[in-house]
Design a protein around this ligand. Structure first.
Ligand SMILES: C[S@@+](CC[C@H](N)C(=O)[O-])C[C@H]1O[C@@H](n2cnc3c(N)ncnc32)[C@H](O)[C@@H]1O
Length: 389
């Protein structure tokens, strides 16, 4: 058997036995597409069954395609010695290498496996990194250096991105979205979390979502669109628009992270009106309720201290947001997004449609809102007004 066939034989056997862990193709030839540096193969389990994910790493972007085992073997056959001179395969049974010289002579070798644990092909596996720090867009956004190492100045942002993806992963595990989910990220800013979400959904969950970042600042929108183009993120786009004017035809998931003051309410109202299946909001400054607050209840003597009134206003603002989501049929959770050590804006509200309180319980949520408003002397929460229209 010729060396490439020996390599393919090990690949096919490892895939069939469920032992295949990963394979890396390196040393691209002139026949490889321009700027393609490596291809990484790993097993994944999709709804359609087991597949091999090929990550094509270009100089500034990644592309991922999933193949059946037979298709993957055919792809490999067409690449080995033609577009790539090196291939290293790792399986729980055997590791194998194939190396071509410039003259086309192939050398095949095997050795004991470096890792004998069976592959974990779940998309939601905990050990798996949710985001590859070598992703070129992270460098474009100033999170990593050219070598894909997170910069010391970006450590907090990196932690926040990863925590965010853990939350999204956990939400999607219990409430999967359609593969072609329509997602809006309102107040997307420089796009760190929008890019992270898109990368995670496409590269880790093999989804084909349409993600739209809505952002007032044109310069950020232009920068993000250019970075998305360079990253090859076809389903990610940014529009320069006020959240108040954004009316999506279909919305499966609404994201609003640190959207200032009532921009969070504008986003939540859009999500509720569009019946988004999942809502994820991390509120930012809370001015509207605090401006109105004239506390009538037993907390009045405590809230004469400005800092305490400010904190109470935040709690009441977000508490009423959660209740209004519940009054509209959502099941909500409010929790710490990321510890205050990393950012002061650390509360997250998540809501799942359809599984929330029905009928009488929705009315009860509204009664609680009314009682809170009376106790804190609030005429109106801005989200209430938006939900009336
Ligand atoms: C604090 S940044 C947060 C950016 C990003 N979501 C994050 O968490 O990293 C808030 C962004 O929301 C944008 N914004 C505020 N009000 C908006 C509105 N009404 N419509 C669109 N964008 C808005 C601001 O321009 C700003 O870039």
């Amino acid at each position: 058997m010729l060396p490439p066939d020996q390599f393919l034989d090990i690949f096919r056997t490892a895939c069939a036995a469920g032992h295949f862990l990963k394979c890396t193709l390196g040393k691209p030839t002139d026949a490889a597409p321009e700027e393609l540096k490596n291809i990484y193969l790993r097993p994944v389990t999709l709804k359609a069954g087991p597949r091999i994910a090929f990550t094509y790493r270009y100089r500034t972007r990644d592309e991922v395609k999933n193949f059946t085992h037979d298709e993957a073997a055919s792809q490999l056959k067409a690449l080995l010695g033609i577009q790539f001179l090196n291939a290293d395969l790792f399986s729980a049974e055997t590791d194998a290498s194939l190396a071509f010289s410039k003259t086309g002579k192939a050398v095949f070798s095997t050795k004991k496996p470096a890792n004998s644990a069976p592959p974990d092909t779940r998309h939601d596996r905990k050990k798996q990194r949710l985001l590859d720090p070598a992703a070129p867009w992270l460098h474009a956004l100033g999170i990593t250096n050219k070598q894909g190492i997170v910069l010391p100045t970006a450590q907090d942002k990196w932690k926040q991105i990863n925590k965010y993806l853990e939350i999204i992963e956990s939400l999607l595990r219990t409430h999967p979205l359609p593969t072609d989910a329509r997602i809006a990220d309102m107040g997307s800013g420089k796009g760190y979390l929008t890019f992270a979400l898109y990368d995670f959904l496409t590269n880790r969950l093999a989804m084909q979502p349409q993600v739209t970042g809505i952002e007032l600042r044109q310069n950020l929108v232009d920068f993000c669109n250019q970075t998305a183009r360079e990253a090859g993120f076809d389903g990610l786009r940014f529009v320069a628009q006020d959240i108040a004017d954004y009316r999506p035809e279909r919305l499966d998931m609404l994201i609003a992270l640190h959207a200032c003051d009532i921009a969070t309410d504008l986003a939540l109202a859009t999500g509720i009106h569009a019946r988004a299946g999942i809502v994820v909001a991390a509120p930012c400054c809370h001015k509207q309720v605090r401006r109105d607050m004239a506390t009538q209840n037993e907390l009045a003597p405590v809230l004469r201290h400005g800092i305490l009134e400010e904190r109470q206003a935040e709690i009441v603002t977000d508490g009423i947001r959660a209740l209004l989501l519940e009054a509209n049929g959502y099941k909500t959770s409010v929790f710490e997004f990321i510890s205050t050590e990393h950012t002061a804006k650390n509360v997250m509200i998540t809501a799942i449609a359809g599984s929330g309180k029905a009928g009488g319980q929705q009315a009860a949520a509204l009664e609680k809102v009314a009682a809170l408003k009376a106790g804190f002397g609030i005429r109106e929460h801005y989200l209430e007004r938006l939900l009336r229209t």
